[in-house]
Unconditional design. Structure first.
Length: 86
């Protein structure tokens, strides 16, 4: 199974939506890095991806973007192959 990292917030509906899509595609385990109340973690995320919004999702070390990016990747058939490549 793919290694998935999600920078997220408990209060972010886009984070919940992205995780729901991952679950629907069979992902049951991921590394979640919460940015709530952690400006240092959010700053490190922004340094890494050039964005401050969550979620920010990595699959097998590849940054796929946020929730909309994840859904677009799925719509064009690219998510499942990426998840299968471990």
């Amino acid at each position: 199974m793919a290694h998935v990292i999600i920078y997220s917030s408990d209060f972010c509906p886009y984070c919940h939506r992205a995780k729901a899509l991952l679950r629907a595609r069979g992902v049951t385990d991921w590394e979640e890095i919460k940015v709530d109340g952690r400006p240092d973690i959010r700053a490190a995320m922004a340094q890494r991806v050039g964005r401050t919004s969550v979620p920010q999702i990595f699959i097998n070390g590849q940054h796929v973007g946020g929730c909309d990016d994840l859904h677009a990747l799925d719509a064009r058939g690219g998510l499942e192959p990426l998840l299968r490549a471990a």
